[in-house]
Design a protein around this ligand. Sequence first.
Ligand code: HEM
Length: 506
Amino acid sequence: SGFPSLLKNGLSKIGVPSGVLEILFKGVDDVEDYPKIPEAKGAIKAIRSEAFFIPLYELYLTYGGIFRLTFGPKSFLIVSDPSIAKHILKDNSKAYSKGILAEILDFVMGKGLIPADGEIWRIRRRAIVPALHQKYVAAMISLFGLATDRLCQKLDDAATDGEDVEMESLFSRLTLDIIGKAVFNYDFDSLTNDTGIVEAVYTVLREAEDRSVSPIPTWEIPIWKDLSPRQRKVTEALKLINDVLDDLIATCKRLVEEEELQFSDEYMNEQDPSILHFLLASGDDVSSKQLRDDLMTMLIAGHETSAALLTWTFYLLSKEPSVVSKLQDEVDFVLGDRFPTIDDMKKLKYTTRVINESLRLYPQPPVLIRRSIENDVLGKYPIKRGEDIFISVWNLHRSPSLWQDAEKFNPERWPLDGPNPNETNQNFCYLPFGGGPRKCVGDMFASFETVVAVAMLVRRFNFQMALGAPPGLKMTVTRRMKPPIIPEINMEGLKMEGTARILEAE
Ligand code: HEM
């Protein structure tokens, strides 16, 4: 479309307000006969708040599956259309980078797998994905069970003392303990201690969260960085975490050197099944800065997301006692008081649906961020390189045109004998783990982690919103009178499943 629009784009980049540009270039665009993306103007309020994806939902209902949100010289494309989402994430994913996300997270994740683009991403993805093999995931199920059991002991004490519990904080600690062991074999033991390192992790997490919703990047101002007490605290926290990671890497390197290595596809060290151990044993040729960035990325990616998922799940369950009863029936039948194994993951079908449905209503993250690095066409609209794009998973998951009773928590919406919903079988209407080449590498890990936690917790306790509870998830927990375990029933169950499978095969 030539020089005028290049110039307009350039002027816009250096901060000339769009109003002025409209006047300067009036008539220039009009000669081109491509459709113009619907535009919502002046709505900075709409994305400033922490829950910016909520006003975006209202705008979606007004403007549709793709619209431009403009304030001053800045603008974003908001995508809530499944086929456009599929185009960006999968069919033409090479034309998009992580854009703003990489800029915001650089201070903590560097060139880790989530923000990385291009060649670095390709190489790191290829190194890390094999670490999460079947045998690793099976070993993780035991870890999930042990960690959840520690949480159960805490809740048991609370039930005895009649004290309410802050479940949000407990879930955050549970998933931190799990991800530390799973990624680099470190026991944060945050369910029992508040050590410096645990606090450092929270300082960094809060900062990452704040930066992602702050319109002005104050942390980029050089003097501010050194003077602001808060920024100094972040710098110190990062240093502490990096030192711990460096120690862990060094220790693990020594262990790997002493090991009689037989590296193969499903390699796993029984004492230390961590991803770090796999990477070092695989001879992964990588700088220690890159390795640290990847470990930090997985620590953050696998911590708050799972914690939020559990918190929302228990919130939703507290409002639907009938779902809780069905859940407890399944857990009593499949598990009893056993620790779950990988085989149980197939059998805890309803528990899995509860997690699927909780992820639909409260996706983490609620938007996926991209930037176009080539010109492209989205739906019927041509777009230029350099567009910042938010794919609103929140809107897709709650769209009244894509879902029946979209607002309702209804785990039954996917039949128990059908496949688990994912982006492919739901045609990109359901993207809790993203889709395409940048899809979450921890999707199975996270699903099993939360299924194990939910199953073990509802088996032992009843949960209720605490009376007069402020925001958060303060709950009253009471011990559950559990039905006895009758092993014969389990045997029946196995037989029935066997029969069902034979019938299916026919
Ligand atoms: C990427 C969600 C747990 C590691 C992603 C993406 C989503 C997501 C939506 C795609 C981001 C994008 O396309 O921009 C979740 C949710 C989780 C979870 C909802 C828990 C409930 C985990 C865990 C790990 C992990 C436990 C690590 C073991 C990653 C990594 C990426 C990623 C490394 C980047 C992949 C790439 O760009 O190649 N996650 N995640 N996630 N996730 Fe997860």
